[in-house]
Design a protein around this ligand. Structure first.
Ligand code: IPD
Ligand code: CA
Ligand code: CA
Length: 273
């Protein structure tokens, strides 16, 4: 049996171990870029690979029949979970460019899906000393050295007072389109934040430190854990016109703010480019 609570315990312990390893083993001169992906600035370091290998090894040792979707290693064991129906969705470092530059906002993100639905999510931010967890129906929690608190999104914040996070892809053409959409958003909101890690943005939203988030181009591993954490903190995470969140567009915010941001974005043609 795969209870969300048990899956969460494994996700959180594994994310914590990977986060510690990423801090302890980060080379003094910075990690090496071992590969570039969609563009010369879309980098993979030896540490992204080492963290994903550690995560899969630990989870596989505990649950040999599960499947995996990792950013670096791709699909292993089938889209709908292995023999167990459980699939782990892993971003070993979300915010690799921050990690490369030794900026603190990067995270390890691990979600567990049962029959394609995320039921547990852990986001570990070692440089902030923060661990975010949620399981479906169980609320969202922030754990720090000074204790644990339940998370709640902000609600019904007028756009003119909303602090909105977004992100940009690695492809130059995509970025030009994202900049065009941003020219329609920036004058309408309190301000924009571009933190450099999608799952950190989603957790900050869940903690009430941001009022909204949107981005085109995010993948399952970027959002799987963070979206569950936002939902369990009372927020909405969707695409345009009720579509599922994903690469086309992901919008996240508390009730009221979500609808306002959605309606601001829709006429800006955010799926173009
Ligand atoms: C990236 C970060 C960034 C977002 C990009 C993602 P990575 O993930 O989440 O904030 O804007 O869309 O690709 O490459 O650091 O794992
Ligand atoms: Ca990512
Ligand atoms: Ca990554």
């Amino acid at each position: 049996m795969s209870l969300p609570e048990d899956l969460l315990e494994l996700a959180a312990a594994t994310a914590r171990e990977a986060g510690r390893m990423l801090v302890d083993k980060r080379p003094a001169g910075g990690p090496d870029v071992v590969q570039t992906k969609s563009s010369p600035t879309d980098v993979v370091t030896q540490m992204d690979r080492a963290a994903e290998a550690l995560i899969i090894e630990r989870i596989r040792a505990a649950r040999p029949d599960d499947a995996f979707l990792g950013e670096e290693g791709g699909e292993q064991g089938g889209e709908h979970g292995g023999g167990s129906g459980v699939r782990w969705v892993i971003d070993p470092i979300d915010g690799t460019v921050n990690y490369l530059y030794d900026l603190p906002d990067w995270a390890v993100s691990i979600a567990a899906e049962v029959d394609g639905v995320a039921v547990a999510g852990a986001v570990e931010m070692p440089r902030r000393g923060e661990s975010y967890t949620a399981f479906r129906g169980g609320g969202a929690l922030l754990h720090t050295a000074s204790g644990t608190r339940e998370l709640r999104v902000t609600e019904r914040v007028p756009l003119s007072r909303a602090l909105v996070a977004t992100g940009f892809g690695y492809d130059a053409g995509r970025r030009a389109a994202q900049a065009r959409v941003l020219t329609g958003v920036l004058p309408a909101v309190r301000d924009i934040r571009r933190g450099g890690s999608c799952c950190v943005d989603l957790c900050s939203l869940a903690a009430g430190r941001l009022d909204a988030y949107y981005e085109r181009g995010v993948q399952a591993w970027d959002i799987a854990a963070g979206a569950l954490i936002v939902q369990e903190a009372g927020g909405r995470v969707e695409g345009l016109h009720g579509a599922a969140p994903g690469p086309e567009l992901t919008i996240a915010a508390g009730p009221g703010t979500f609808e306002a941001l959605h309606d601001l974005l829709a006429p800006l043609d955010p799926l173009r480019g």
